[in-house]
Design a protein around this ligand. Sequence first.
Ligand SMILES: [Zn+2]
Ligand SMILES: [Zn+2]
Length: 267
Amino acid sequence: MLVDIHLHSNFSFDSNEKHENYLSSARAAGVKVIGFSEHYDYDALIDGAADVTVADVPEYFSAIQRLKTQFSTPEILCGIEFGYRDLAVEHYKKLVDCYNFDYVINSVHTLPGRGDCIHDAFFEGKTLKESYSDYFKAVLESIRADFDYQIVGHIGYVSRYRSCDGSRIFYADYADILDEILTEIIKRDKCLEINTSIGKSTGKFLPDCDIIERYLQLGGEKLSFGSDAHRAEDYLRRSNLLTEYLKSVGVNRLFYYKNRQPVAYKI
Ligand SMILES: [Zn+2]
Ligand SMILES: [Zn+2]
């Protein structure tokens, strides 16, 4: 059984789900460990986005603490998802110094002055390929950022809600920048997340299989699983498909993080 460590609850601005409902689903599935990763999109605040609020971290920590005393299983991990932006790095550094997150997911959601890269406005005035390349450059920059994160979130997010011709990301079309990204992840001993919230895209996962296989070929070992659920019904989304796929390419273990240390588990 996979350990789902990318989950959003009502501590994230775009979810109404209660932590408890995920825990019930985990117990029903016989899962021993679960991890929450609420949104903390300081990047959107920098841009003045009116519809985004960041998670109330002290409240979130106390809520998790209360749940831990209430329930002994599953074991709950307290993670966070930071929306990358160069100008947000100092803020994120302070947060990770103050709060003992089990892990930080470093995700690119927005580019300066261009808003969320899943929105149509992001693509205006540029070709699809140019827009995707801009996104990948931001991902590379985010990986090189100097703050304590463990996991690189949903590479390929820019394509999540694109369904037009040519919108699926193939490794071969972006090989140079993807090689730089994957090499940088490996060099820095970070973890590549396989996110199974694929939205409208026609691939299997974010990132898709050909990119995961290139990561393995380059020597990448650390992989994590996240459904990116915003509702309990999406918890463990596509995890059976992912398990089957991973076994077919010889991957027998994944990782989660506790106290910012990697923990390997057999799949
Ligand atoms: Zn995200
Ligand atoms: Zn997320």
